[in-house]
Design a protein around this ligand. Structure first.
Ligand SMILES: Nc1ncnc2c1ncn2[C@@H]1O[C@H](COP(=O)(O)OP(=O)(O)OP(=O)(O)O)[C@@H](O)[C@H]1O
Length: 262
């Protein structure tokens, strides 16, 4: 699998908010997109999924396994979403439907893409709930999102995104809304799922400490531009751009010490 983003531009209401972003994600690579609020991280992810807001237009090229995604009809993009490329958003509460059981939501992509029966879908939901270490999977699939904790809801969102075994997972600040301890658990879970499956990852964050736990390469964005692209190790030890230097200062201000630094 490979994702190649070349000179991506995104305009909203005549304003260019993403201005010539390029990066590549190879098979099994864990890539991080890092930058301050408003730097264009989320819109870049949404462009890959063909989910830009109304009124936004994308230019340049996004190639997924040598297929151009910009301009692809929504039907074809919908086939790719959830099946080949999965997504997890920041706030599981808004990503989940409050009036559907979590089991139905976990199995939804399976039902759409693999056309399985209702019964098989339920069994699959239980298996997927177990895979993300939700407690008591047989019973939790019959519960509703509000009956779960925030961390459990994010596990449901991850199970939904991975149910069809996509080759690429895009995770947009998936731990930002969670407590620090839960954040660490979710990062660990994501890491083990990505490793087990050999899937590739695009992980979006504004936090270099978080990035260093999950990604091996980082692309740093500022005002819709790439200002630095380097192995995460190098971002931690020799940050070249002022943005990366600032992120490192912010991250270390929270008592976090990057590995490999004294
Ligand atoms: N629906 C929208 N309508 C108008 N402008 C938008 C819309 N979505 C994003 N923008 C603008 O595009 C720019 C990039 O937004 P984007 O959400 O990609 O940034 P981000 O780096 O993901 O920030 P955050 O970390 O806050 O989510 C910002 O200036 C933002 O205000």
């Amino acid at each position: 699998m490979s994702l190649q983003v070349r000179d991506l531009t995104i305009e909203i209401a005549g304003r260019r908010v993403v201005d010539g972003i390029s990066f590549e994600v190879a098979g099994s690579q864990r890539m991080g997109l890092i930058g301050e609020s408003g730097s264009g991280k989320s819109l870049t992810a949404l462009a890959v999924l063909g989910l830009l807001p109304d009124g936004a237009t994308a230019g340049g090229s996004i190639r997924w396994n040598d297929r151009e995604l910009i301009g692809l009809p929504d039907r074809e993009l919908a086939d790719i979403r959830g099946d080949e490329i999965g997504i997890v958003f920041q706030e599981p509460r808004t990503a989940l439907n409050p009036i559907r059981t979590v089991g139905r939501q976990i199995a939804e992509a399976v039902r759409i893409h693999e056309h399985v029966s209702r019964r098989a879908a339920r069994e699959r939901a239980v298996a997927e709930a177990a895979r993300v270490h939700l407690p008591d999977p047989e019973r939790i699939v019959d519960r509703y999102p509000h009956q779960l904790s925030g961390g459990q809801r994010q596990r449901v969102a991850i199970a939904m995104a991975l149910a069809c075994r996509p080759r690429l997972l895009i995770a947009d600040e998936p731990t930002t809304a969670l407590d620090v301890t839960i954040q660490a658990e979710i990062l660990e879970l994501l890491q083990s799922l990505v490793d087990d499956d050999g899937m590739s990852l695009v992980f979006i964050t504004h936090d270099l400490a978080v990035l260093s736990k999950i990604a091996d390469h980082g692309v740093v964005l500022e005002h819709g531009h790439v200002v630095e692209s380097a192995p995460v190790r190098r971002l931690l030890t020799e940050p070249a751009s002022p943005v990366t230097q600032g992120s490192l200062r912010d991250a270390t201000a929270t008592l976090w010490k990057p590995e490999g630094r004294s």
